[in-house]
Design a protein around this ligand. Structure first.
Ligand code: FAD
Length: 401
Protein backbone atom coordinates (compact mmCIF):
# COMPACT_ATOMS: atom_id res chain seq x y z
CA UNK A 1 0.00 0.00 0.00
CA UNK A 2 1.16 3.54 -0.72
CA UNK A 3 1.67 6.14 1.94
CA UNK A 4 -1.86 7.51 1.52
CA UNK A 5 -3.43 4.24 2.49
CA UNK A 6 -4.62 3.64 6.02
CA UNK A 7 -6.30 0.72 7.66
CA UNK A 8 -8.53 3.08 9.63
CA UNK A 9 -9.62 6.57 8.66
CA UNK A 10 -11.47 8.68 11.21
CA UNK A 11 -13.22 11.79 9.91
CA UNK A 12 -13.64 14.29 12.76
CA UNK A 13 -11.21 14.75 15.60
CA UNK A 14 -13.50 15.64 18.48
CA UNK A 15 -14.37 13.49 21.47
CA UNK A 16 -15.71 10.55 19.51
CA UNK A 17 -12.86 10.59 16.99
CA UNK A 18 -10.13 10.71 19.62
CA UNK A 19 -11.84 8.01 21.71
CA UNK A 20 -12.07 5.80 18.63
CA UNK A 21 -8.27 5.78 18.48
CA UNK A 22 -8.25 4.25 21.95
CA UNK A 23 -10.90 1.73 20.95
CA UNK A 24 -8.99 0.70 17.83
CA UNK A 25 -5.74 0.34 19.71
CA UNK A 26 -7.34 -1.99 22.26
CA UNK A 27 -8.05 -4.42 19.42
CA UNK A 28 -5.29 -3.64 16.95
CA UNK A 29 -1.96 -2.36 18.24
CA UNK A 30 -0.38 -1.58 14.89
CA UNK A 31 -2.93 -0.97 12.12
CA UNK A 32 -2.35 2.47 10.60
CA UNK A 33 -4.80 5.21 11.61
CA UNK A 34 -5.50 8.56 9.99
CA UNK A 35 -7.46 11.15 11.97
CA UNK A 36 -8.72 14.05 9.84
CA UNK A 37 -9.87 17.10 11.73
CA UNK A 38 -10.83 20.49 10.42
CA UNK A 39 -10.17 22.40 13.62
CA UNK A 40 -6.66 23.73 14.05
CA UNK A 41 -6.15 22.08 17.45
CA UNK A 42 -5.43 18.67 18.83
CA UNK A 43 -8.66 16.94 19.91
CA UNK A 44 -10.02 18.61 23.06
CA UNK A 45 -12.83 18.42 25.56
CA UNK A 46 -15.76 20.74 24.90
CA UNK A 47 -17.60 20.93 28.28
CA UNK A 48 -14.93 23.17 29.91
CA UNK A 49 -15.44 25.75 27.13
CA UNK A 50 -18.65 26.89 28.81
CA UNK A 51 -17.74 26.07 32.42
CA UNK A 52 -14.34 25.41 33.98
CA UNK A 53 -12.34 27.67 31.66
CA UNK A 54 -14.51 30.57 32.85
CA UNK A 55 -14.49 29.67 36.54
CA UNK A 56 -10.71 29.25 36.51
CA UNK A 57 -10.95 25.56 37.46
CA UNK A 58 -9.16 24.57 34.24
CA UNK A 59 -6.67 26.12 31.88
CA UNK A 60 -6.72 25.77 28.10
CA UNK A 61 -3.66 23.47 28.25
CA UNK A 62 -5.66 21.06 30.41
CA UNK A 63 -8.55 20.52 28.00
CA UNK A 64 -6.67 18.58 25.33
CA UNK A 65 -7.63 14.92 25.38
CA UNK A 66 -4.07 13.77 24.67
CA UNK A 67 -0.71 15.36 24.14
CA UNK A 68 0.84 15.29 20.65
CA UNK A 69 3.12 12.44 21.77
CA UNK A 70 0.11 10.18 22.32
CA UNK A 71 -0.70 10.27 18.61
CA UNK A 72 2.94 9.71 17.70
CA UNK A 73 3.28 6.86 20.16
CA UNK A 74 0.08 5.18 18.96
CA UNK A 75 1.04 5.60 15.31
CA UNK A 76 -1.80 7.94 14.40
CA UNK A 77 -1.35 10.29 11.46
CA UNK A 78 -3.12 13.46 12.49
CA UNK A 79 -4.10 16.08 9.95
CA UNK A 80 -5.43 19.18 11.64
CA UNK A 81 -7.04 22.12 9.88
CA UNK A 82 -8.06 19.75 7.08
CA UNK A 83 -11.62 18.99 5.95
CA UNK A 84 -12.76 15.71 4.43
CA UNK A 85 -14.79 16.69 1.39
CA UNK A 86 -15.78 13.42 -0.26
CA UNK A 87 -16.15 9.76 0.58
CA UNK A 88 -16.22 7.08 -2.08
CA UNK A 89 -17.56 3.97 -0.40
CA UNK A 90 -17.22 1.74 -3.45
CA UNK A 91 -13.52 2.46 -3.93
CA UNK A 92 -13.02 3.01 -0.20
CA UNK A 93 -11.39 6.42 -0.38
CA UNK A 94 -11.71 9.75 1.37
CA UNK A 95 -10.68 13.03 -0.26
CA UNK A 96 -9.75 16.16 1.64
CA UNK A 97 -9.80 19.87 0.81
CA UNK A 98 -6.07 19.78 0.05
CA UNK A 99 -6.84 17.49 -2.87
CA UNK A 100 -5.38 14.39 -1.21
CA UNK A 101 -7.10 11.04 -1.43
CA UNK A 102 -6.70 8.35 1.19
CA UNK A 103 -7.62 4.71 0.85
CA UNK A 104 -9.18 3.04 3.89
CA UNK A 105 -10.32 -0.36 5.04
CA UNK A 106 -12.60 0.95 7.80
CA UNK A 107 -14.01 4.46 8.08
CA UNK A 108 -15.54 6.26 11.04
CA UNK A 109 -17.73 9.34 10.78
CA UNK A 110 -17.20 11.33 13.98
CA UNK A 111 -18.03 14.70 12.51
CA UNK A 112 -20.13 15.99 15.42
CA UNK A 113 -22.25 19.01 14.79
CA UNK A 114 -22.14 22.73 14.18
CA UNK A 115 -24.18 25.46 15.88
CA UNK A 116 -27.58 26.27 14.44
CA UNK A 117 -27.56 29.75 12.92
CA UNK A 118 -30.46 32.09 13.73
CA UNK A 119 -32.48 32.63 10.55
CA UNK A 120 -33.06 36.34 11.17
CA UNK A 121 -31.82 39.54 9.58
CA UNK A 122 -28.25 40.15 10.74
CA UNK A 123 -28.04 36.62 12.17
CA UNK A 124 -24.65 36.11 10.53
CA UNK A 125 -23.20 39.54 11.34
CA UNK A 126 -19.48 39.48 11.88
CA UNK A 127 -18.70 39.04 15.57
CA UNK A 128 -21.85 37.20 16.66
CA UNK A 129 -20.53 34.21 18.53
CA UNK A 130 -22.27 30.91 17.80
CA UNK A 131 -20.49 29.15 20.60
CA UNK A 132 -19.02 25.66 20.09
CA UNK A 133 -15.29 25.56 19.56
CA UNK A 134 -12.06 26.36 21.33
CA UNK A 135 -11.51 29.20 18.86
CA UNK A 136 -14.90 30.61 19.86
CA UNK A 137 -13.82 30.45 23.50
CA UNK A 138 -10.44 32.08 22.84
CA UNK A 139 -12.03 34.91 20.90
CA UNK A 140 -14.82 35.51 23.41
CA UNK A 141 -12.44 35.36 26.35
CA UNK A 142 -10.43 38.20 24.82
CA UNK A 143 -13.52 40.27 24.12
CA UNK A 144 -15.36 39.62 27.37
CA UNK A 145 -13.51 41.90 29.70
CA UNK A 146 -15.03 42.96 33.02
CA UNK A 147 -17.83 45.50 32.74
CA UNK A 148 -18.82 44.66 29.18
CA UNK A 149 -22.33 43.65 28.26
CA UNK A 150 -23.60 40.57 26.44
CA UNK A 151 -26.85 39.37 24.97
CA UNK A 152 -27.03 35.59 25.28
CA UNK A 153 -29.59 34.01 22.97
CA UNK A 154 -30.88 30.58 24.02
CA UNK A 155 -32.11 29.19 27.32
CA UNK A 156 -31.00 25.58 26.87
CA UNK A 157 -27.72 24.02 28.02
CA UNK A 158 -25.25 26.22 26.15
CA UNK A 159 -27.15 29.49 26.61
CA UNK A 160 -27.63 28.90 30.35
CA UNK A 161 -24.04 27.83 30.89
CA UNK A 162 -22.63 30.74 28.92
CA UNK A 163 -24.87 33.26 30.70
CA UNK A 164 -23.64 31.96 34.07
CA UNK A 165 -20.01 31.85 32.92
CA UNK A 166 -20.12 35.44 31.67
CA UNK A 167 -21.98 36.72 34.73
CA UNK A 168 -19.36 35.16 37.01
CA UNK A 169 -16.79 37.11 35.00
CA UNK A 170 -18.66 40.36 35.71
CA UNK A 171 -20.24 40.75 32.31
CA UNK A 172 -23.66 42.39 32.27
CA UNK A 173 -25.79 39.62 30.73
CA UNK A 174 -29.25 39.71 29.15
CA UNK A 175 -30.68 36.33 28.20
CA UNK A 176 -33.28 35.98 25.46
CA UNK A 177 -35.14 32.75 24.79
CA UNK A 178 -38.61 31.80 23.57
CA UNK A 179 -39.43 29.26 26.27
CA UNK A 180 -41.17 30.27 29.52
CA UNK A 181 -38.18 29.34 31.73
CA UNK A 182 -34.62 28.01 31.59
CA UNK A 183 -33.79 24.54 30.20
CA UNK A 184 -37.51 23.83 29.95
CA UNK A 185 -37.10 20.72 27.82
CA UNK A 186 -35.39 19.02 30.75
CA UNK A 187 -36.18 20.83 34.01
CA UNK A 188 -39.60 20.50 35.60
CA UNK A 189 -41.23 23.93 35.81
CA UNK A 190 -40.60 24.57 39.53
CA UNK A 191 -36.86 23.87 39.14
CA UNK A 192 -36.57 25.90 35.93
CA UNK A 193 -38.30 28.88 37.51
CA UNK A 194 -36.31 28.61 40.75
CA UNK A 195 -33.05 28.59 38.81
CA UNK A 196 -34.22 31.51 36.76
CA UNK A 197 -34.73 33.48 39.97
CA UNK A 198 -31.17 32.58 40.98
CA UNK A 199 -29.94 33.95 37.68
CA UNK A 200 -31.88 37.15 38.28
CA UNK A 201 -30.48 37.47 41.79
CA UNK A 202 -27.01 37.24 40.21
CA UNK A 203 -27.85 40.23 38.04
CA UNK A 204 -28.68 38.33 34.82
CA UNK A 205 -31.60 39.97 33.02
CA UNK A 206 -33.96 37.40 31.60
CA UNK A 207 -36.27 37.95 28.68
CA UNK A 208 -38.18 34.66 28.63
CA UNK A 209 -40.91 34.07 26.04
CA UNK A 210 -39.00 36.36 23.73
CA UNK A 211 -36.88 35.90 20.59
CA UNK A 212 -34.56 38.05 18.54
CA UNK A 213 -36.03 39.30 15.27
CA UNK A 214 -32.89 41.00 13.91
CA UNK A 215 -29.37 42.15 14.76
CA UNK A 216 -27.46 45.19 13.62
CA UNK A 217 -24.25 46.93 14.53
CA UNK A 218 -23.73 50.49 15.71
CA UNK A 219 -20.00 51.04 15.69
CA UNK A 220 -18.48 48.28 17.79
CA UNK A 221 -21.71 47.51 19.56
CA UNK A 222 -24.49 45.14 18.62
CA UNK A 223 -28.17 45.98 18.62
CA UNK A 224 -30.57 43.09 19.18
CA UNK A 225 -34.18 43.67 18.18
CA UNK A 226 -36.80 41.37 19.64
CA UNK A 227 -40.10 40.12 18.28
CA UNK A 228 -42.04 42.10 20.91
CA UNK A 229 -40.29 45.33 19.88
CA UNK A 230 -37.45 45.60 22.41
CA UNK A 231 -34.04 46.93 21.40
CA UNK A 232 -30.99 45.91 23.42
CA UNK A 233 -27.50 47.24 22.89
CA UNK A 234 -24.52 45.13 23.93
CA UNK A 235 -20.81 44.68 23.35
CA UNK A 236 -21.22 40.96 22.68
CA UNK A 237 -23.81 38.59 21.30
CA UNK A 238 -23.44 34.91 22.16
CA UNK A 239 -25.82 32.37 20.68
CA UNK A 240 -26.54 28.79 21.77
CA UNK A 241 -29.75 27.65 20.10
CA UNK A 242 -29.02 24.04 19.31
CA UNK A 243 -27.02 22.29 16.66
CA UNK A 244 -27.26 21.57 12.97
CA UNK A 245 -25.82 18.34 11.64
CA UNK A 246 -23.98 18.28 8.38
CA UNK A 247 -25.22 15.15 6.63
CA UNK A 248 -24.00 16.09 3.17
CA UNK A 249 -20.89 13.91 3.26
CA UNK A 250 -22.60 10.71 4.50
CA UNK A 251 -25.54 11.23 2.13
CA UNK A 252 -23.26 11.79 -0.80
CA UNK A 253 -21.46 8.58 0.21
CA UNK A 254 -24.79 6.73 -0.05
CA UNK A 255 -25.32 6.10 3.66
CA UNK A 256 -28.78 5.96 5.13
CA UNK A 257 -29.53 8.95 7.31
CA UNK A 258 -32.39 10.17 9.46
CA UNK A 259 -31.67 12.97 11.94
CA UNK A 260 -28.15 11.53 11.91
CA UNK A 261 -26.24 8.66 10.32
CA UNK A 262 -28.27 5.52 10.93
CA UNK A 263 -26.18 2.86 12.67
CA UNK A 264 -26.94 -0.51 14.24
CA UNK A 265 -26.01 -1.62 17.75
CA UNK A 266 -22.43 -2.25 16.58
CA UNK A 267 -22.39 1.41 15.43
CA UNK A 268 -22.07 0.22 11.87
CA UNK A 269 -23.71 2.35 9.18
CA UNK A 270 -25.83 1.05 6.32
CA UNK A 271 -22.83 0.18 4.13
CA UNK A 272 -20.05 -2.27 5.06
CA UNK A 273 -16.95 -1.06 6.94
CA UNK A 274 -18.44 2.38 7.67
CA UNK A 275 -19.20 3.40 11.26
CA UNK A 276 -20.47 6.50 13.03
CA UNK A 277 -20.18 7.71 16.64
CA UNK A 278 -20.94 10.75 18.77
CA UNK A 279 -23.38 13.57 18.04
CA UNK A 280 -23.78 12.46 14.42
CA UNK A 281 -24.84 8.85 15.14
CA UNK A 282 -28.53 7.87 15.11
CA UNK A 283 -28.28 4.67 17.10
CA UNK A 284 -30.50 2.10 18.82
CA UNK A 285 -30.71 3.10 22.51
CA UNK A 286 -31.78 -0.38 23.51
CA UNK A 287 -32.64 0.21 27.18
CA UNK A 288 -35.02 3.00 26.20
CA UNK A 289 -36.27 1.03 23.19
CA UNK A 290 -35.78 3.76 20.63
CA UNK A 291 -33.48 4.92 17.85
CA UNK A 292 -32.06 8.31 18.71
CA UNK A 293 -29.12 10.68 18.78
CA UNK A 294 -27.45 11.87 21.95
CA UNK A 295 -25.53 15.13 22.03
CA UNK A 296 -23.48 14.56 25.16
CA UNK A 297 -19.89 14.06 26.23
CA UNK A 298 -20.19 10.59 27.79
CA UNK A 299 -21.99 9.25 24.73
CA UNK A 300 -19.32 10.61 22.37
CA UNK A 301 -16.49 9.18 24.48
CA UNK A 302 -18.03 5.73 24.82
CA UNK A 303 -19.46 5.41 21.33
CA UNK A 304 -16.07 6.40 19.98
CA UNK A 305 -14.46 3.61 22.00
CA UNK A 306 -17.04 1.00 21.02
CA UNK A 307 -16.95 1.99 17.35
CA UNK A 308 -13.15 1.86 17.36
CA UNK A 309 -13.17 -1.56 19.02
CA UNK A 310 -15.68 -2.88 16.49
CA UNK A 311 -13.72 -1.44 13.57
CA UNK A 312 -10.75 -3.38 14.88
CA UNK A 313 -12.65 -6.65 14.72
CA UNK A 314 -14.74 -6.56 17.90
CA UNK A 315 -18.47 -7.32 17.94
CA UNK A 316 -19.53 -5.49 21.06
CA UNK A 317 -23.02 -3.97 20.89
CA UNK A 318 -23.39 -0.48 22.33
CA UNK A 319 -25.70 -1.17 25.27
CA UNK A 320 -24.16 1.58 27.36
CA UNK A 321 -26.38 4.20 28.99
CA UNK A 322 -24.61 7.55 28.65
CA UNK A 323 -25.03 10.19 31.33
CA UNK A 324 -24.64 13.93 31.00
CA UNK A 325 -23.87 16.80 33.29
CA UNK A 326 -24.02 20.55 33.54
CA UNK A 327 -23.10 23.35 35.94
CA UNK A 328 -25.14 26.52 36.31
CA UNK A 329 -23.59 28.74 39.00
CA UNK A 330 -23.63 26.51 42.10
CA UNK A 331 -26.28 24.16 40.70
CA UNK A 332 -24.73 21.07 39.15
CA UNK A 333 -26.28 17.81 38.08
CA UNK A 334 -25.73 14.47 36.42
CA UNK A 335 -28.55 12.87 34.45
CA UNK A 336 -29.17 9.61 32.65
CA UNK A 337 -31.92 8.15 30.48
CA UNK A 338 -34.90 10.04 29.13
CA UNK A 339 -34.90 13.34 31.03
CA UNK A 340 -37.68 14.86 29.05
CA UNK A 341 -39.76 17.39 30.97
CA UNK A 342 -42.88 16.34 29.06
CA UNK A 343 -42.81 13.03 30.96
CA UNK A 344 -44.36 12.68 34.39
CA UNK A 345 -41.79 13.75 37.00
CA UNK A 346 -41.34 13.11 40.68
CA UNK A 347 -38.83 15.23 42.60
CA UNK A 348 -37.36 13.75 45.76
CA UNK A 349 -35.74 16.86 47.23
CA UNK A 350 -33.48 16.93 50.25
CA UNK A 351 -33.37 20.69 49.73
CA UNK A 352 -36.03 22.03 47.39
CA UNK A 353 -34.87 22.89 43.87
CA UNK A 354 -31.27 22.46 44.98
CA UNK A 355 -30.31 19.01 46.24
CA UNK A 356 -32.16 15.83 45.37
CA UNK A 357 -33.22 13.52 42.56
CA UNK A 358 -35.83 14.09 39.86
CA UNK A 359 -37.32 10.93 38.37
CA UNK A 360 -38.86 10.95 34.90
CA UNK A 361 -41.59 8.32 34.51
CA UNK A 362 -43.58 6.79 31.69
CA UNK A 363 -46.36 4.30 32.34
CA UNK A 364 -45.29 4.26 35.98
CA UNK A 365 -41.72 3.16 35.13
CA UNK A 366 -38.55 5.17 35.60
CA UNK A 367 -37.19 6.31 32.20
CA UNK A 368 -34.67 8.85 33.43
CA UNK A 369 -33.22 10.50 36.51
CA UNK A 370 -31.45 13.74 37.25
CA UNK A 371 -29.24 13.90 40.32
CA UNK A 372 -29.13 17.54 41.38
CA UNK A 373 -26.08 18.36 43.48
CA UNK A 374 -26.02 14.63 44.29
CA UNK A 375 -22.88 13.04 42.93
CA UNK A 376 -21.64 9.63 41.77
CA UNK A 377 -25.08 8.01 41.78
CA UNK A 378 -25.46 7.57 38.04
CA UNK A 379 -25.05 3.80 38.25
CA UNK A 380 -27.88 3.52 40.79
CA UNK A 381 -30.10 5.49 38.40
CA UNK A 382 -29.11 3.26 35.48
CA UNK A 383 -30.16 0.21 37.50
CA UNK A 384 -33.58 1.67 38.25
CA UNK A 385 -34.13 2.46 34.56
CA UNK A 386 -32.95 -0.98 33.44
CA UNK A 387 -35.27 -2.69 35.94
CA UNK A 388 -38.25 -0.97 34.29
CA UNK A 389 -40.55 -1.87 37.19
CA UNK A 390 -43.75 -0.03 37.93
CA UNK A 391 -43.11 2.23 40.90
CA UNK A 392 -44.93 4.79 42.99
CA UNK A 393 -43.47 8.06 44.28
CA UNK A 394 -43.28 6.40 47.69
CA UNK A 395 -41.03 3.65 46.27
CA UNK A 396 -38.75 6.33 44.86
CA UNK A 397 -38.48 8.50 47.95
CA UNK A 398 -34.96 7.98 49.22
CA UNK A 399 -34.15 5.43 46.48
CA UNK A 400 -31.10 7.44 45.42
CA UNK A 401 -29.37 9.67 47.95
P1 FAD B 1 -17.42 17.13 18.13
O1 FAD B 1 -16.88 17.28 19.50
O2 FAD B 1 -18.23 18.25 17.56
O3 FAD B 1 -16.21 16.81 17.16
C1 FAD B 1 -16.36 16.68 15.78
C2 FAD B 1 -15.15 17.26 15.09
O4 FAD B 1 -15.16 16.90 13.72
C3 FAD B 1 -15.12 18.78 15.14
O5 FAD B 1 -13.86 19.21 15.53
C4 FAD B 1 -15.43 19.17 13.71
O6 FAD B 1 -14.84 20.41 13.36
C5 FAD B 1 -14.80 18.02 12.94
N1 FAD B 1 -15.33 17.83 11.60
C6 FAD B 1 -16.62 17.91 11.19
N2 FAD B 1 -16.71 17.65 9.87
C7 FAD B 1 -15.46 17.40 9.43
C8 FAD B 1 -14.93 17.09 8.16
N3 FAD B 1 -15.70 16.94 7.08
N4 FAD B 1 -13.59 16.92 8.06
C9 FAD B 1 -12.80 17.04 9.13
N5 FAD B 1 -13.26 17.33 10.37
C10 FAD B 1 -14.59 17.51 10.51
N6 FAD B 1 -21.98 17.40 26.96
C11 FAD B 1 -22.18 16.98 28.25
O7 FAD B 1 -22.55 15.83 28.44
N7 FAD B 1 -21.96 17.79 29.30
C12 FAD B 1 -21.56 19.07 29.15
O8 FAD B 1 -21.39 19.77 30.12
C13 FAD B 1 -21.33 19.57 27.83
N8 FAD B 1 -20.89 20.81 27.65
C14 FAD B 1 -20.69 21.28 26.38
C15 FAD B 1 -20.27 22.58 26.20
C16 FAD B 1 -20.09 23.09 24.92
C17 FAD B 1 -19.62 24.51 24.75
C18 FAD B 1 -20.36 22.27 23.79
C19 FAD B 1 -20.19 22.82 22.41
C20 FAD B 1 -20.79 20.98 23.96
C21 FAD B 1 -20.95 20.45 25.26
N9 FAD B 1 -21.38 19.16 25.47
C22 FAD B 1 -21.58 18.68 26.74
C23 FAD B 1 -21.66 18.25 24.33
C24 FAD B 1 -20.43 17.43 23.96
O9 FAD B 1 -19.28 18.20 24.02
C25 FAD B 1 -20.66 16.85 22.57
O10 FAD B 1 -21.73 15.94 22.67
C26 FAD B 1 -19.42 16.17 22.04
O11 FAD B 1 -18.40 17.11 21.84
C27 FAD B 1 -19.70 15.43 20.75
O12 FAD B 1 -18.52 14.84 20.32
P2 FAD B 1 -18.30 14.46 18.78
O13 FAD B 1 -16.93 13.91 18.69
O14 FAD B 1 -19.45 13.71 18.30
O15 FAD B 1 -18.35 15.86 18.02
Amino acid sequence: MGSLSYKYVIVGGGLAGASAVEGIREGDRNGSILLINNEKHLPYDRPPLSKKLWSGKKTVEEIFLHKKEFYERTNVALTIGVTATAVDVKNKTVTDDQGRTYAFQKLLFATGAAPRILPVHGGTLDGICYFRTLDDYLRLRKEASEGKSAVVVGGGFIGSEMAAALAVNKIDVTMIFPEPYLVNRVFPESLGRALQEQYRSRGVKILAGERPSAFSKAGNRFVTYTVSGKKIESDLVVVGVGIALSLELPRQAGLQTATGIIVDELLQASLPDIYAAGDIAFFPYSVLGKQTRVEHWDNAVNQGKYAGGNMAGGREPYMYMPYFFSDLFEFGYEAVGDVDASLETFADWQKENDTGVIYYLKDGKVRGAMMCNVWDRVEAARQLIRKAERVTPEDLRGAIR
